[in-house]
Ligand binder design. Structure first.
Ligand SMILES: [Zn+2]
Length: 205
């Protein structure tokens, strides 16, 4: 089981048979042919209850995407998790494709965009994704100051030796964090900034 992504693991524990609620063949955003099959299912999983799983697969070019949304009626919100050690690293997160995540102290960000996906993970899993991305970005430059500092910090954080703040901006009310030491506030400037960053990124493409 990948620590980075617990989606399949939790889907397997669905209390009910997954229910197919939508299926359609649409135009593929990558190759343009009408061979992208989109399917939506409702699963009833531990911790989060009913969730909507959207999967798309293009038979022609192999393009695929996945999104996960909690179906509990919820408002857009900002969730703040103060991480002090291993307990908080185990908090479960449904991160839908339209949500943004930021590690406040380090400025690491996951922005919503055309390539973003939804998944279920833990706080540790989020760190592992940042670690993986940093390893790729720093390939061959691991000892350079910026790279070394970030790689060292992320490895220590994964092991529970760093304190930090994880911010999840849930613009559609489709994400969720399960853990005691979390607090929810309305969407604020910090979230709006992440949103405009992802929009300007879209604009540049
Ligand atoms: Zn395609």
């Amino acid at each position: 089981m990948s620590k980075k992504d617990l989606t399949n693991n939790l889907l397997k524990k669905s209390k009910k048979e997954p229910k197919l609620i939508f299926q359609e063949k649409v135009k593929c955003p990558r190759c343009g042919s009408l061979s992208l099959i989109v399917r939506e299912y409702i699963y009833t999983i531990p911790y989060f209850g009913d969730i909507l799983l959207t999967e798309g697969f293009c038979k022609k070019c192999g393009y695929k995407f996945r999104d996960v949304k909690v179906l509990d009626a919820s408002r857009p919100k900002k969730v703040v998790v103060e991480v002090h050690g291993e307990d908080e690293l185990r908090y479960l997160i449904v991160k839908s494709a339209t949500s943004a995540i930021k590690i406040k102290e380090k400025g690491y960000k996951m922005l919503p965009g055309p390539a973003s996906v939804g998944f279920i993970t833990t706080v540790e899993g989020i760190l592992l994704r940042f670690l993986e991305a940093t390893k790729v970005a720093c390939k061959g430059r691991e000892l350079e100051p910026g790279c070394k500092e970030n790689l060292d910090w992320l490895k220590k954080a994964v092991d529970g030796y760093e304190e930090f703040t994880l911010v999840l901006c849930d613009f559609e009310g489709t994400s969720s964090v399960k853990g005691e030491k979390t607090h929810e506030v309305p969407i604020d400037n910090e979230c709006e900034e992440l949103k405009s960053e992802s929009l300007s990124y879209l604009h540049k493409k």
